[in-house]
Write a protein that binds this ligand. Sequence first.
Ligand code: 9YT
Length: 131
Amino acid sequence: MIVKNRKDLAAAGREVQAETWTSRRFLLAEDGMGFSLHDTTIHAGTTTEIHYQNHLEAVYCIQGSGRVQLVDTGEVFEIEAGVMYALNGNEKHLLIADTQMRMVCVFNPALVGPETHDENGVYPLLTLEEA
Ligand code: 9YT
């Protein structure tokens, strides 16, 4: 069984900081669950361009508010605490945070650990050997 406290993740090397977000990664590929599980804070007043070409992601907002805008269609989805969205079509999107947002994020396949967005908002598909 795996039990982890969010406050221990940074010291364990499982916190990744980007300009617009901080991601604390509870479960990674090495944990063998087949998905990764993150507690992610999106900084207030930011817009993040994201395009997970190699992963599916489900995001459950548990704090704050903002919106997701799909780049291809312009469709906008309002996000607040209690709302979940799943990128089941690798949709390129903007994540716009009006306030600080706290998200529980699940990735399939599991992230390995150090992944962060490249200039196109993509995470590389890493293997455990590459981490
Ligand atoms: C919602 C979202 O995708 N934010 C970017 C960070 C990502 N969720 C992560 O690595 O935790």
